[in-house]
Design a protein. Structure first.
Lengths: 441, 441
């Protein structure tokens, strides 16, 4: 049965990336007329260049949102489970740190593969996609926007406009001069570069079911597996300082740096120097703003809250945005004015929390995972969870394997972390009951 | 003697406000060719509308910068000294809180008067002003900018471009999409509205040599004297909540609010209702960003660091920017690339500190000045300064009556405040030596 009222409501979405294509599918499933405008050309007609985007880790929140859109099943074959972190020390010695309990894992997935899949599903369900159309400006008061294509300009007027157009959102740019619009863009002092590790003898060159980490204090290298048996390796390094991009200027300094810090990885990439020079060094931004809406225009996903990639939650948070928005929409019978205001007001604190968590996790990944007292706490953290189940859930598990709102996961996780550190300092880590008591007290 | 090398260097300044006109004068005094572009029409040919800008308090840092430009003497007649805060309670009872020691005061001054004076002096010294020219965009790489006037566009290319164009700077807008440009705009939850208090029987309606405050906890009203014997009163009130702008909707609610909270002030403004409806309610922004420069383009004053007005330091900080910049320029022989980078790198922490101080001072003004334990600490603070001179300078004095870098004033002031609170809690405020010891310990 077609809901004619909804079919007559026209929703425009700026951006056909991950958030935009999933949101389009979800809103189309609710019966709305949905049009998506994307400045890039159709990804189905082009090849994504190498080294332009770090790998993605799909986990519970993202999967739940995809399932909500009936979009998960066709994706299953493209996922590679990662059961935990595999740390590589200077001598190539490996240490394993599980992500959760038995059977809990996150999934390495290609951004491009996932995006193509969602675009195809959304298009099949009746969403109209317009590739090569760049949003030039949005008139927030009129829910009206101008897109350009091949030097021509087109004005569209719809019932609602979503900005799912990423960290450098055009919709957000139109919101910036609005009175009382709070905005922050903040870069971290590190940049990243991707390097591809080819297969070896037709198979993965390292164990595939892990997120590999070379923690080196102020910098790190990570590697995620791909279905074609390659690994995408990403070096995160400071822009300035002793060990930094500015000091990796010639072949010798690059090779010395890699051989000195990541010998076991360097030997597995024969064309490392060529890749190093060819691939860009990119910066890492955190974006916060509020409110996310103005009249009938609404930011969602990275456009509202871009975060650094270290918790593997950017895409998962964006997908969860879409699910929560549509669920709230159903509850409010898509009373747009109330819905946009309420969603922006309630979701913002979770976006802030995952932004903070992602910044914190960079320090954990590049530094703490190489520290024995941290690993001891992680072990006790896991044992407490085994013993007390839902009364003690490690922060990583709350964030990655549950629907607990991010801001509550952060709050509870920090309390638990404090209790663990206190317990460790008082030398009673072996006595789990005392930790529970110290937390309760 | 004309320095031909400098005369051949063309400096463009965007904005003929307070920072722009003083910077123009200072740089012209150094021998450079200086052109100023201002989007508004010449303030000498128009009348500034009422209720558009809160009064300004000129103090040591601003005066020192004006003196550096030989621009202070002609201004002296336009200043009204304010010796301290005069608090009005609900019954009209007055409490006086001195700003500093005997003979220390701040100066109420009209923004418009000051601005006109600086423009005239700069023009006389050879600066060329272009009013009605709006900066549309800046090409940072080429030090090139486009201004529009009456629908026509003009491109200019200069050796250096300064953005002294205020909190909503056009130059900063061009910097925003730059990689690794950190930016934050943050509004507070309060807005303000100005109301003019006319003279009474040909004289000031209240004592003129004070900054009058009606501290009411979550909101406040202040009044500053003007040379025409009026006071400019400013109400700072939350946008939402029980006592807020959104609840002052009709004549009755406005009159009830004023009579209930500020009876002694309300009786002195016969046309209060008319003014209330006529004058705008404006928001209050804090802007932080870094770096302040890109190539040969540089932000200065509010464009680099807009702050809320509660410490009376916005203009003083902008003027100090100009003095410090030119002094650093002389030391570096105006080696622009090094100068811009060094100034941005060193001054930023002081801008952050005064932004924090200004936000803190709102709470002090609207709430703490009505609290007896706060007033007790203030008294001891002043006595410690009498006794220990430069070893103990109250925070307000460091900020207002000294050149101590803002970030050091904040740091030292917080240490002193903590010592005073500790001393108060331990009931030995009468013993000044103990406070000194508690601070040293």
């Amino acid at each position: 049965m077609i809901n004619l009222d909804r079919e007559n409501q026209h929703i425009a979405i700026l951006g056909a990336g991950l958030a935009g294509s999933l949101l389009a599918l979800l809103l189309r499933n609710e019966g709305f007329k949905v049009s998506v405008y994307e400045k890039r050309i159709d990804p189905r007609e082009t090849k994504i260049p190498e080294g332009k985007s770090i790998n993605l880790a799909l986990s519970h929140r993202g999967i739940r949102a995809l399932e909500h859109a009936n979009a998960f099943t066709p994706l299953k074959d493209h996922l590679i489970p990662m059961n935990g972190r595999m740390m590589h020390d200077h001598d190539g010695k490996l240490t394993f740190l599980s992500y959760g309990t038995e059977g809990q894992f996150i999934n390495s997935v290609s951004r491009n593969e996932l995006n193509l899949n969602l675009i195809n599903q959304a298009e099949k369900s009746g969403v109209s996609f317009h590739f090569g159309y760049k949003c030039e400006r949005v008139n927030l008061e009129k829910t009206e926007f101008v897109v350009s294509n091949n030097g021509k300009y087109y004005t569209h007027n719809t019932d609602v406009v979503f900005g799912a157009d990423g960290a450098f959102s055009a919709l957000r740019k139109s919101m910036l001069p609005q009175d009382r619009f709070d905005y922050q863009q903040m870069y971290i002092g590190h940049g990243y570069k991707e390097l591809a590790m080819p297969p070896r003898n037709g198979d993965f060159a390292m164990e595939p079911n892990y997120l590999h980490i070379w923690p080196r204090g102020n910098f790190m290298l990570i590697a995620l597996p791909n279905p074609d048996k390659t690994f995408t390796c990403t070096l995160f390094l400071g822009f300035e300082g002793e060990e930094s991009w500015e000091n990796l200027t010639d072949d010798k300094s690059v090779l010395d740096f890699f051989h000195g810090n990541f010998p076991d990885m360097t030997s597995k990439i024969p064309d490392l120097l060529e890749q190093f020079h060819r691939n860009p060094t990119s910066s890492l931004i955190t974006v916060r703003c509020q409110p996310w809406h103005h009249k009938r225009c609404m930011l969602i996903g990275d456009a509202a809250h871009a975060i650094v990639p270290f918790y593997g939650q950017g895409m998962n948070a964006a997908f969860e945005d879409c699910r929560l928005f549509v669920e709230m929409g159903k509850e409010m019978n898509f009373d747009w004015d109330r819905l946009l205001q309420t969603f922006s007001g309630t979701r913002k604190k979770d976006a802030d929390a995952i932004a903070d968590l992602a910044l914190r996790n960079f320090i954990e990944m590049r530094d703490q995972v190489a520290d024995s007292s941290f690993l001891e706490r992680k072990t006790v953290d896991a044992r407490l969870h085994e013993k007390f189940a839902n009364d003690w859930i490690p922060m990583y598990s709350m964030v990655t394997f549950s629907d607990i709102p991010y801001h509550l996961a952060l709050k509870k996780g920090l309390e638990q972390e404090k209790a663990l550190i206190d317990a460790q300092q008082n030398n009673y880590l072996s006595n789990l009951e005392k930790i529970k008591r110290s937390l309760a007290g």
